[in-house]
Design a protein around this ligand. Structure first.
Ligand code: SF4
Length: 416
């Protein structure tokens, strides 16, 4: 027996009983991997759910060409406004581990590693128990071990994660070689987000047609979406791709009058509420307004909250998260955050807006990773979405709008 494909939740179907027993009762026997799974993943249109949306089949095919590959399941989720991976690991640890197992089987990998944040005690507990359950019945041919990575925003970047697994700092490395060429222990390494692997386990069980029974032709399946901010029911929602954004926000209890949403995480895109209401949750719809799904999170900002202040807070936090090894992060991001703070304070002594535009131009495309680019994208979208507020700050000084309820973590500690 398995769940009806036309009914969600799919990925979170075992939420009430995440034990091996509950998993088996819901999904049945774990499938085998193998070369056919690459073709099935291609047919299914499965893409990476960590934010890059790269074709899973192409990644599998590339790594399978190398010798003695390694599989890494990335559950570090360093994005503060995303909880989807933590929710998935707590609700369906065995589906994630099935995905690890079938990926290893497909690649002929002898080693597989599941990485979570070292402050994420819930995931560590659930996965430790799940690995023990599987070990006792010898469920996996591959040896799977759990590693707990440092709590940092950039830890989840795949080259940073591989660098850390190889004994270095959790900092992105200048590429190439990419992890799929030379990764853990110098071996070709498949790094996949845990949600991607859970979906791979479903494709392996039920095939591409089943997988495509939900979602859109370009984005088949379901999405795990984190909704936070000015909502009464923040949390993770599983919906088919193509679901109306308005319906998702309504389920989350969004404020009756929304000002804007920040789509795709802190390094995402601000979208005015009127525009967001017409979107459906899929890549094409978001791209039509210059946004991206990213890590599938939406931060809701209510009418009456200052979008400029929210942007300044996020930019300051992002500036503090860099790995501190490239000029754009060391100099550019703090300068951008400072300019935004100047605008928020209504300080008219300096030409903050002009300087901001110059610094944004200077940081883009200059880092070893995309951290500066993401920050610049978010700030540019704020300049467009909150243009009226910026003009008012420039003319009349600091505003009296309510403090935004964007969950920006403290600077001085882990935010899990
Ligand atoms: S761009 Fe920034 S975050 Fe990325 S590697 Fe360089 S310093 Fe680190």
């Amino acid at each position: 027996m398995h769940s009806d494909p036309l009914v969600t939740p799919r990925l979170l179907a075992t939420k009430e009983d995440p034990s091996f027993h509950g998993h088996f009762r819901t999904w049945g026997q774990m499938p085998a991997g193998g070369p056919l799974l690459v073709a099935e993943a291609e047919q299914a249109g499965l893409r990476g759910r960590g934010g890059a949306w790269f074709s899973t089949a192409r990644k599998l095919a590339t790594v399978s060409a190398g010798r003695r590959p390694v599989v890494v399941a990335n559950g570090t989720e360093g994005e503060p406004v995303s909880r989807k991976d933590k929710t998935l690991m707590a609700s369906a640890p065995h589906l994630v581990l099935d995905g690890v197992s079938v990926a290893a089987d497909t690649l002929g990998a002898a080693e597989a590693i599941v990485c979570v944040d070292r402050c994420d005690t819930q995931s560590i507990k659930v996965l430790t128990r799940a690995l023990s359950e599987r070990g006792s019945i010898k469920a996996d041919d591959v040896s799977i071990r759990l590693e707990t990575a440092p709590t940092k925003y950039v830890t989840g970047e795949e080259s940073a994660l591989v660098h850390w697994l190889n004994g270095g700092d959790a900092k992105p490395t200048f590429v190439p070689p990419r992890p799929f060429e030379r990764g853990v222990g110098g071996r070709p390494t498949l790094v996949n987000n845990v949600e991607t692997l859970a979906n791979l386990a479903l494709v392996a069980r039920f095939g591409s047609a089943w997988f495509r029974a939900l979602g859109t032709p370009d984005d088949p399946g379901t999405a795990l979406i984190t909704v936070v901010g000015d909502v009464t029911r923040d949390g993770v929602y599983e919906v088919p791709f193509g679901t109306s954004v308005e319906a998702i926000l309504s389920s989350a209890g969004a404020a009756s009058s929304v000002h804007a949403i920040l789509a795709g995480g802190f390094a995402g895109t601000w979208v005015p509420a009127g525009t967001a209401a017409d979107l459906t949750f899929d890549r094409a719809s978001f791209a039509s307004v210059g946004a991206a799904i990213g890590c599938s999170s939406m931060v809701v900002l209510a009418e009456g909250s200052c979008g400029l202040a929210a942007t300044a807070q996020i930019a300051r936090w992002l500036a503090a998260q860099s790995a501190g090894q490239c000029g754009p992060c060391i100099n550019g991001l703090p300068a951008i955050a400072g300019a935004l703070e100047g605008l928020v304070a209504g300080d008219r002594r300096r030409r903050w807006q002009q300087q901001l535009t110059q610094w944004l131009d200077m940081v883009e495309g200059r880092g070893a990773c995309r951290h500066p680019d993401g920050t610049a994208r978010m700030v540019r979208s704020a300049l467009a979405t909150f243009a009226e507020e910026i003009e008012n700050h420039r003319r009349y000084g600091a505003c009296r709008a309510e403090a935004p309820s964007v969950p920006v973590p403290r600077m001085d500690g882990p935010w899990i």
